[in-house]
Design a protein. Structure first.
Length: 161
């Protein structure tokens, strides 16, 4: 159990740091550099490999490993909820306005009509809240962790003799 806690905290720290790097470098405002955010999945994947290798040495079998990886991700997700909230509410309070401006510009360049743009912007406005970002971070971390654990546990587990 201790290994799962340590790995969950490691996932949260590494993914949280990556989010802060994206913010402080301003990459989240660049349409091309925004894609680097998705490295967060690889960061979580490699942290899960590390954590599940440790729990595998404790003798856990496949489904116990999947459960451990999901627990690691749940713990990380709860921490990342607060990181995402802090990111959008405190550190980068103009985050949502900047994202709306980027999206509007992309839609205009794509030739969308003003009505289509307004419709999409209205939908985006409903989710442009720090707590929604926090829930998205937590949910994404848990779902990604579960899926990755299904794969990783097949290779890093105690095998029947």
């Amino acid at each position: 159990m201790k290994s799962a806690w340590i790995a969950g905290i490691l996932i949260a720290v590494c993914c949280g740091l990556w989010q802060l790097i994206m913010g402080f470098t301003g990459w989240y405002k660049d349409p091309v550099m925004q894609n680097l955010f998705w490295l967060i999945i690889l960061i979580q994947f490699f942290c899960l490999i590390w954590g599940l290798t440790r729990t595998g040495k404790e003798g856990k079998r496949y489904w116990a490993q999947v459960g451990s990886g999901t627990l690691m991700s749940l713990l990380a997700g709860m921490i990342l909820f607060f990181v995402a909230y802090l990111f959008t509410a405190v550190l980068f309070p103009n985050y949502f306005e900047e994202m709306v401006a980027l999206q509007r510009s992309a839609f205009e360049k794509a030739g969308r009509t003003p009505e289509e743009i307004k419709f999409t912007m209205d939908i985006m406005a409903r989710t442009a809240k720090p707590w929604v970002q926090g829930i998205s971070a937590m949910t994404g971390t848990v779902v990604t962790g579960f899926v990755c654990s299904l794969l990783i546990a097949a290779f890093v587990r105690k095998r029947d003799q």
